[in-house]
Design a protein around this ligand. Sequence first.
Ligand SMILES: [Zn+2]
Length: 458
Amino acid sequence: MTAVLDLAVRGGTVVTARGRARLDVYAAGGRVVALRPPGATGMEARRVVDASGLYVLPGMVDTHVHLMDPGDAEREDFPTGSAAALLQGVTTIVEHSHGWPVTTVARLDEKLAHLRGRSHVDFGLAAHLWPEHMGELAALWASGVTFFKIFTCDTHGVPALGTDLLLEAFDELAGIDGACLVHCEDNAMTAAAEARLRAAGRSDGWIVPEWRSRAAEEVAVAVVALLARLTGARVTVAHASTPDVLDEIARHARAGAPIAAETCPQYLMLREDEVATLGTLRKFTPPARLRSDEEEARMWAAFNSGLVHHLSTDHAPSTRAHKAGHSIWDAHFGLPGLDTTTPLMIDAALSGRTSLERVVEAYATAPARRYRLAGKGSIAEGMAADLAVVDPAARWTLQDSTVHSRAGWTPFAGRDVRGRVVATVLAGQLVAQDGRLLAERPAGRFVSGPGARTRGDA
Ligand SMILES: [Zn+2]
């Protein structure tokens, strides 16, 4: 008897964190139901994707994304940002926006209602831990947020948690097995540097790395990692920017802290001194740190060795007009990243800086496991049928004109890359192909965090 399934992806090479194999992928009911050697009989599907000569990766899982919706639609919104994600094979995101923070269960409900039908990819939502809403932590976790975003410094209008409140939050998180993502820069050090730079009348690009110094990041990471160790809270350090920061996190992890490091392409590929000439277009924090080819090689070695637990974009778009129209002090921090992270990492793998297996692990499997996004991040029977099909023979150039984010530009414009996502499958449906969206309407669904039993689709 021949089973007729929803989708078959035939002839490709399936890549997971553990290796690669020539396998046909069959999907039904949104899940992978079979993996078979090419040419296996008895399997038919209503839709067939020919993946001959192509790689079949799990859909990427980007757990640090800001789509400003609700918040600031001039910068991005869910339809535009999630379309950019989908076209580059990212099928799950975890989103939070500083301009419209989820600080209470009522705010979470309001955001979920607003986002109904607006996401092209599956999405979880993170909450912000706000000093005056510490009491909401357990209720938010039970309502299905993926993690809590915490700041150790006043940034993007989000207030810092001091060491006292960090300890209180970590204690409570450990008690409910909750997760958090911590932006680590020391508040006193960044504030003092800012006051000094402003008093000196500085407004050049170099203020960014002087204000948001390596030392300020290292000090905050040391405190956060120690508190994670003392409390047992599941802490992820956001956007770790140097091998030294990664070493410090690893030291505490070896001593038993349930801590992990996230990094982003900008810390693997952008140079510190670009801010001197490009100013606001390189204003993000922590800033780019790379000063030499040797430092770049060290950061890639850290990525490949597993000192980096997982990769995210920290997609925080602003338009070129915004960046150009404001001083280095007044422009928003942040870079767009959803259009470029998959292509840059695939290119890095195809050119030998890393492997496709490691890219899949760092940008899909590991973040899905860390945040317990059930069924996401790998290709196996029973997992979500979320796939990114990659043509390794493609050659193209990243340009502002290839960006689908409302940002409309990329810091990686002009980079030639090998490999291209040519098809994206979400829940067993072919939703993007050859750079075009195929779905009539956004098909992404809300993915509840592990603290909630179930919550309706959004
Ligand atoms: Zn961020």
